[in-house]
Write a protein that binds this ligand. Sequence first.
Ligand SMILES: [Zn+2]
Length: 308
Amino acid sequence: MLSVTKHALKKPDFAPVCKSFEKSLAANYEEFKVEVVDCPDLTAAPWKLALPGLGGEPCVADVGGVPNLIPTPNVEKQYNLDTVAELCGLSDGYVIGASAVASKLLGKNAELVNNGKTGKDGVVKSMYTKIIDDKGNDYECKEYPHNEFGLLGNLFLCRGLPGKVIHVTAKIRKGSLNFINCLNKGLTEDFTDPVAVGGTFLLTNGKAKLHVMPGFSCSPLHTEDDINNWLRFHEMSGPLTHTSVFVSKDPGLDLRLEHSHCFSDHGDGGHYHFDTTPDTVCYEGYFNLADNICRIDPPEVTHLIGRD
Ligand SMILES: [Zn+2]
């Protein structure tokens, strides 16, 4: 049985969160807009989510953690989205987010975009990106028709219902922060209590630096340099559809505070770090705020390496 700690959040109204986003975006982008809207149908391209909305008992779950991967992987740490949804009190719920594939199923470690409705009438639209050559130069982004994932997961759960969400667009980056760092920085500065956010965003134009995990390292990874030498970094092209979770402050749960993975129709995908084309980059996202954070199966021995 996995351990679970449910932390209830003092969820702010949308209005002050929008103000905070606007303040951060103004410092980082030439053009931006933040508004509260009715969630459009996110099952439509290019979003391609499994359910239309981000509403209904919204919750953020942090499952396992980087210490299950680093310094040495614990491949026995495999999780199931149905179980995670039940532990969060959202049986048959909808889950999106960033995690690693179940390496036992895929035969290899890889980046996973979680996107599916759990339960008996479940729908799985998840996508993974894996390295497919020995040197780490080539990769592929494909459908992942499973509910299992491995090692760690930063997930947003809800009922997938329509409702109000925060719509953010930003163009032409003039600051140094990535899109999610930028939004989260405002929340960290402006709210005393933790604010947890989940949703989807598109890098519609431009390129991004992404990483894709290769096969597990043969030697232990002890430092950020070790990890960066092991990971395969690639510049990939938009449009890239991301699922993203971010939390402004850790209320003592050993959380990863930001995690975004992406997929595309053109074979690109992975873990989002940064856009590399500030003059042409264009982002659009839809986000909702979580009522709770569920911390599931935190590693017994932890560290802060590799949480970028
Ligand atoms: Zn990742």
